[in-house]
Each structure stands twice: as structure tokens, then as C-alpha cells.
Design a protein around this ligand. Structure first.
Ligand code: BES
Ligand code: MN
Ligand code: ZN
Length: 495
């Protein structure tokens, strides 16, 4: 989708040629106050801006966006004041959200100048790209379109060269999130395994990446029983996409895996009709992984990264797999299917085993895996499971990016509930307790002992069914692209 053009400026916001000027507001006790960066605009209003804002009912709270005319006091015609929240809590995520809310409010505007960048350039740039995102591919009448151009006032500290590098990284990250959102928002009659694979290749190849697409014939030949079993009920056969990036002076090898169910009806264990359409987002993990390996290449991370992305449509039909079936997974483990709606873990198991044949130093996997993630952590906080140390490292990074995430255990006593009466393992427990954790335990069976690995369950966070907020639009959110990108950057830096 079209994105705003972002550039740096050293002209003060008061002097800038633009249609709108973006300033930040904060909550200071009970009062609204100006965020740093708004000083010169305030001078143009005779120092009375905080009073004006208070009169207008501005609060400084997150998602509080107030517009007012400048009446000739600035070159720009309108000031957009966007809330950062409590003054003592202002950090990068608050700037990102406020920039996103402002960008949403500016849809249809040609040119704006932002002062939020003087507080945090990276966060302001990222928030602007993400907030301006709109998906109108399938509307016959396109809306206003995003804000056309945003000039970011350069921070006082740092060199122009640093600022350009910061801006570029933020834009590349923002574009990766947008690419993931586009995949998620594309409807399931258009985005199915074959077309998803083609679109993933079309994104990755221009970035210089190697792409391999395994079609159903190659999957049969390779013995990918999980992906084949799940994909069997659909007239649209499954795929497995492998995307390889070999960075300069790679210090570590990272395997990325993402769940790519292009639509999840539940299969023969069919889901209720109500809100089944949300299962168009069941490929969000795959979308994030594809977008992130491309991001890593564009930012030249010094890593070797291979993304392994299984894609299938989970449908009920005369050809579908059924409860009671035993599947032989890639690598030879057998799984008794107790519930065809626990399909994600089956395609992921194949992909994880394949990915680990390359002997990576780390495994990072993302999936919209369980409704239990939403029950336990809500719609905005990913559940993070895996080997203890790496899980905690990823969870800390997830929190720092603003995407959120919380470390969750893999309780040993749940493992035996996955024992099968006839196969090595069953794909579901007979009870519902700790459903997110049981899924994590299932995946653990396919991860080599001792490998640092993490499983990120984004069932809720990947898809916003509520109203837009901050930089998050309705629909695909792009979570956990920024978390995985930050983890890769951390591995590149610290090993
Ligand atoms: N795709 C769903 C999980 C999901 C639920 C994602 C809600 C997003 C929103 C997954 O394939 C699924 O159906 N999981 C089952 C597992 C169960 C049958 C063991 C679930 O969570 O109910
Ligand atoms: Mn399912
Ligand atoms: Zn699913």
C-alpha cells in the first residue's frame, strides 16, 4: 500500500512549509502540557499553547488527538496535538503511538511536519509509517489516502549522518510491518498457499534472497506428512517456502519458522460459523517471518538466516484428514490427530525439523497457534515460550519494542497429556487446561535438545478486531515483526 514519504528537516516547525504541524502533548498531573519539541510553536502562539489545548479539551492521553487552526501564526494552517500519556512515562513506545495516532488523523493531508522526532527520531518515523498504513485494495472507492509527506525535525543531538541512518532503519522496519499486514489483510480466496508462496518470493527476490518453493509433489517426495495431512482437504494444495539470506561476516545462524494457514475452518473438527472469517489471519506468523527475513537483508544484518514457511489451507472435505488419522511427520515421528483444528502445530513440526537440519544457533518461530493465548494474555500480549534463557531474552526485547510479550512456562506435567494410545504423540490434549502451553510442549518435541529456541503465540496480537489505536490499524497488525527484527539485531550484536 502507498506509504508517506519521510524526510529530515532542520527548519523549525514554526517556519516550515507544510499543511500541518504535529506536536506532542502530555498529562502532567491533572493538566495537559506540551511535550518537548513544541517550544517554537508555543512561542508563535505567545506562549499560550497549553492554555489553548486545555480550552479545547485536550488531555495529553494516548490517542487524544486535537486539531486547531493556526490563524496565520505559523506557515502551516493547522496544528495537530497528539497525546503521549503521563509525562513521567514518556518513552519510545509512547512517541511511536502518538506519531501513529497523528498520522491516522492526517489521512488526506499533503504535507506535515513533525516535532515528535526531536524526542525520538526512530520512534516518530516508525509510528508515522505504521499509523499511515491503510488497506484499501478491495474498495472500489479509495479513501483519502495516507498523509503524503512528513518532514521530521532533526533532533539536536547526533550528526546528520546518524539521523539519516536512523530514519532509513525505521522506514525499512515500518515497511516490513506493512508488508506483513498486507499479507494478513489479503482475503483467503486471493491468498492461498500457491499465491502466498509466489507473493513471498516476489518480495524476497528483489532483496537479493534465495527462494525455494516446495510444491505438493516436492512435499510428498520429501515426506512432509504434517503439511500434507493438513492441506489434504483443500483444493488448493500446500506449499513450503524456504528463503535464505547470507549476510556479510555472519556471526550466527538463525532459523525462522512461521505458521502459514491461509484459512482455518478447523477442518472436520469444524469451527463455529460466528467470527470464522477472522481465520483469514491464521497465516500471520508466516507473514511476519517472510517480512522479517527481507528486512534483515535490507538492513544487512551480519547473520545467516533461513526462513522456513509451511503454507496450507485447513478445510473439511471428502479428501480431508480426520480425527483418528496418524500422520508421519517430516523426520519420522508419528502423530495421532485428535482434533483437526490443532493443525498449526502439525505444519510447524515439519518446518521445525527441516529448519533444524541446517544446524542453526537459534530457532525463532511465530504462530497464531491457540485461542488459549487470548484467554490467558488477552488480545495484545503475545505468549512467549521456549528454552528458558532465550525465552526470557526474547520476552524482554518484545516488551522493549512496544509489541509486548510475556514469558510463559512449559509445565512438565502437561506433556504426558499429549501421549497417544497408538502413535508417538497426539496433536491435542483431551482437556482445555493450559492450551497455549500444551501447544508449546508439542512443538518442543520437534526441537533438538539444547538448541536455544522460542515460540511466539500471537493468536490475538496479530489481528486487531477492535478500533484503530496508536499506530495499529484494524486488521493485520504486523506483530511480531518488530520483535523478531530486534531479536535478530541483538543476536548480530551480542551473539
Ligand atoms: N488458528 C487457531 C488459533 C486461533 C484462535 C488463532 C483464535 C486466532 C484466534 C488454531 O489453529 C486452533 O484452532 N487452535 C485450537 C487448538 C485446540 C483444538 C487444541 C484452539 O485454540 O482452540
Ligand atoms: Mn485450528
Ligand atoms: Zn489455526
Amino acid at each position: 500500500m502507498s506509504a508517506p514519504k519521510l524526510s529530515l528537516t532542520t527548519t523549525s516547525a514554526a517556519e516550515a512549509t507544510a499543511d500541518a504541524v504535529i506536536i506532542g502533548t502530555v498529562q502532567d498531573g491533572e493538566d495537559v502540557a506540551l511535550a518537548p519539541g513544541a517550544e517554537q510553536v508555543d512561542v508563535a502562539f505567545g506562549g499560550g499553547l497549553a492554555g489553548v489545548l486545555s480550552t479545547l479539551g485536550a488531555t495529553g492521553k494516548p490517542d487524544d488527538v486535537v486539531k486547531f487552526p493556526t490563524m496565520g501564526r505559523l506557515k502551516a494552517g493547522v496544528v495537530v496535538a497528539t497525546g503521549l500519556g503521563r509525562v513521567e512515562e514518556v518513552g519510545p513506545e509512547q512517541v511511536r503511538r502518538a506519531a501513529g495516532a497523528a498520522a491516522r488523523a492526517l489521512a488526506g493531508t499533503r504535507r506535515a511536519v513533525s516535532t515528535l522526532s526531536t524526542v525520538d527520531l526512530h520512534a516518530a518515523a516508525e509510528g508515522t509509517v505504521l499509523g499511515a498504513y491503510a488497506f484499501d485494495e478491495y474498495r472500489s472507492e479509495r479513501g483519502d489516502g495516507p498523509v503524503g509527506r512528513v518532514d521530521l525535525v532533526s533532533p539536536a543531538e547526533g550528526t546528520a549522518k546518524d539521523h539519516r541512518a536512523t530514519l532509513r532503519a525505521a522506514v525499512v522496519i515500518g515497511e516490513a510491518v506493512s508488508a506483513a499486514r498486507d499479507f494478513v489483510n489479503t482475503p483467503p480466496n486471493v491468498l492461498y498457499p500457491a499465491t502466498f508462496a509466489e507473493r513471498a518470493a516476489a518480495l524476497a527476490k528483489p532483496a537479493g534472497l534465495e527462494v525455494e518453493i516446495l510444491d505438493e509433489k516436492a512435499l510428498r517426495k520429501g515426506g512432509y506428512g504434517g503439511v500434507l495431512g493438513v492441506g489434504m482437504g483443500s483444493s488448493r494444495p500446500p506449499r513450503m517456502v524456504r528463503i535464505a539470506y547470507r549476510g556479510p561476516k555472519a556471526r550466527k545462524k538463525v532459523a525462522l519458522v512461521g505458521k502459514g494457514i491461509t484459512f482455518d475452518t478447523g477442518g472436520i473438527s469444524i469451527k463455529p460459523a460466528s467470527r470464522m472469517e477472522e481465520m483469514t489471519a491464521d497465516m500471520s506468523g508466516a507473514a511476519a517471518i517472510v517480512a522479517t527475513v527481507v528486512l534483515a537483508a535490507r538492513l544487512k544484518y551480519p547473520l545467516e538466516i533461513t526462513a522456513t514457511v509451511p503454507m496450507a489451507e485447513n478445510m473439511p472435505s471428502g479428501a480431508a484428514y480426520r480425527p483418528g488419522d496418524v500422520l508421519t511427520m517430516y523426520g519420522g515421528k508419528t502423530v495421532e490427530v485428535l482434533n483437526t483444528d490443532a493443525e498449526g502445530r502439525l505444519i510447524l513440526a515439519d518446518a521445525i525439523v527441516r529448519a533444524c537440519e541446517d544446524e542453526p544457533d537459534y530457532l525463532i518461530e511465530a504462530a497464531t497457534l491457540t485461542g488459549a493465548q487470548i484467554v490467558s494474555l488477552g488480545r495484545r500480549t503475545p505468549g512467549i515460550m521456549g528454552s528458558d534463557d532465550f525465552r526470557d531474552r526474547v520476552a524482554a526485547i518484545a516488551k522493549a519494542t512496544g509489541e509486548g510479550g510475556w514469558p510463559m512456562p512449559l509445565p512438565e506435567e502437561l506433556r504426558r497429556d499429549l501421549d497417544s494410545k497408538l502413535a508417538d504423540l497426539s496433536n491435542a490434549t483431551v482437556h482445555r487446561w493450559g492450551g497455549m502451553l500444551a501447544a508449546g510442549l508439542f512443538l518442543r518435541e520437534f526441537v533438538p535438545d539444547g538448541l536455544p529456541w522460542v515460540h511466539i503465540d500471537v493468536a490475538g496480537p496479530a489481528y486487531n478486531i477492535g478500533s484503530p489505536w496508536g499506530y495499529t490499524a484494524k486488521g493485520g497488525t504486523g506483530v511480531p515483526v518488530r520483535t523478531i527484527a530486534a531479536v535478530l539485531a541483538d543476536i548480530a550484536e551480542h551473539g
